[in-house]
Design a protein around this ligand. Sequence first.
Ligand code: NAG
Ligand code: NAG
Ligand code: NAG
Ligand code: NAG
Ligand code: NAG
Ligand code: NAG
Ligand code: NAG
Length: 465
Amino acid sequence: MAGAAVPVPVSRHAAVVVVLVLAAAHGALCGSSHVELAAGVVARGGNAPSLRAPRANVTGADGAPAPAPSGSLAGCGCGPRPAPWQFLNQKLEALWPVIQAFKKTITCDPLGVTATWEGPDLCSSYFNGTKYKGFYCDFPPSANTTLTVASIDFNGFGLCAPSLAGFVDQFPDLALFHANSNNFSGDVPDLTHLPFFYELDLSNNNFSGPFPDAVVPLGGLLFLDLRFNRYAGAVPPPVFALTVEALFLNNNGFDGRIPDSFGSTGAKYLVVANNQFTGPIPRSIYNTSATLSEVLFLNNRLSGCLPYEIGLVEGLAVFDAGGNEIAGPIPLSFGCLRDVEELNLAGNQLYGQVPDVVCLLAKTGKLRNLSLSDNFFHSVGHHCMELVRSRVLDVRRNCILGFPDQRPPLECAAFYADPSKHCPFIPHIPCDLPGYHHPPAKAALPAAAAHGHGHSQPQGQGGGN
Ligand SMILES: *[C@@H]1O[C@H](CO)[C@@H](O)[C@H](O)[C@H]1NC(C)=O
Ligand SMILES: *[C@@H]1O[C@H](CO)[C@@H](O)[C@H](O)[C@H]1NC(C)=O
Ligand SMILES: *[C@@H]1O[C@H](CO)[C@@H](O)[C@H](O)[C@H]1NC(C)=O
Ligand SMILES: *[C@@H]1O[C@H](CO)[C@@H](O)[C@H](O)[C@H]1NC(C)=O
Ligand SMILES: *[C@@H]1O[C@H](CO)[C@@H](O)[C@H](O)[C@H]1NC(C)=O
Ligand SMILES: *[C@@H]1O[C@H](CO)[C@@H](O)[C@H](O)[C@H]1NC(C)=O
Ligand SMILES: *[C@@H]1O[C@H](CO)[C@@H](O)[C@H](O)[C@H]1NC(C)=O
């Protein structure tokens, strides 16, 4: 989509632009296999950082001016059915009534795109024409001489329709459906019979109700984006066993615990931020170490202790669990996150010392933002001092004596006196840190010495809950 520029991504991700080389599941469609994937997914209305753009830019905003926006549909204006010979092939002839039937159900169309959905030229965009905005054609692998609709991209069209059933599911060669920023609702249709389908973006729409079960059996799915809807309730455990590389569930009303199947995810980008999830971050997260690169838990109601197993996910570049109710010291295993650039744990119930090994990551690793404000830390490791000065580390509103902008001493005392907040301290470091010697075990939590301090917990890999 020319025209649908990604709005300013959330700043903290602006620099985390990843070039993804996709093993093309649908080779014939491949315009280019390298696409920039910027994880600005917590910004409303942002275009899906999808695995691959459709054949964009061949129509629409950069071509002839769009038809005058009609604001609302003045009747369907479907026009007469073209004669069979007018269609490029029978596949397209069969799709014409599908599109026209869907057009009749559309109740708002602020950009007037549906006015272009008329006549026999469904693949207009392929020939740089201006008909059938939102539809993109290509040669499917199964019939590589027959041009047909391979992707549908309605991003930013603002269309309203009560259901997608009978529409998306009627394009046998469809690989992508992108509908960011529309007003679609209703059930997600069964797409299991579409052999090439691999990207579903329903973000920033009007979907509600329980998690759409129809997506769970989609074995070929690589990209699933449901963010900014009104879905609610539990997320079924098999969702985390999907083969997706990107899974965006943020800004809905999902609740309940994050299932232990979390550890099965093969996703590289996983965002569950801004929901109502409760319970701990699953310890099965250790099992994602081969794939997980960016994970955002922020702004839920997660609790429990910060799992040691996070430190085993070596490829993590972004870990964000800010704005929850997570307790405990930061496990020293976090010192093994050599690739981590952004580590946000602000706004939780964390305490003890900010580990020196974590601050060292700014020197030996890639760490450039360590957000720990609004917790209950009482001290910082030696190497943390310079990070505070260089503003890489934010420890405002903690309990650090002599630091500016800390919590009132009484609040800190009350916190440290409450044993319900306490978690075991796990000194084990599951990696070699050059030049690092394990500290004497006194560092972590003098005030809570009676509660679990110094426990030696699951050494090594830890179980998956
Ligand atoms: C779309 O085309 C315009 C010029 O026609 C170009 O400036 C722009 O970069 C293109 N966008 C994409 C996404 O290819
Ligand atoms: C459509 O436009 C692209 C880029 O501007 C060009 O490479 C291509 O040849 C055009 N296709 C047709 C059928 O005109
Ligand atoms: C189309 O398919 C035929 C047989 O399935 C194959 O020989 C040919 O190489 C394919 N062409 C393209 C462009 O993929
Ligand atoms: C959906 O419709 C509501 C109510 O008409 C409107 O406020 C909202 O902006 C629409 N959303 C989109 C993404 O067009
Ligand atoms: C959003 O969905 C609700 C049903 O869940 C429906 O009543 C409402 O009309 C929809 N809004 C728009 C703008 O389509
Ligand atoms: C680990 O991941 C694999 C798939 O990658 C899955 O089959 C297995 O059940 C997962 N184990 C745990 C404990 O999460
Ligand atoms: C660091 O991360 C926090 C939390 O994600 C963010 O609010 C802050 O703006 C970031 N700081 C910088 C300098 O990027």
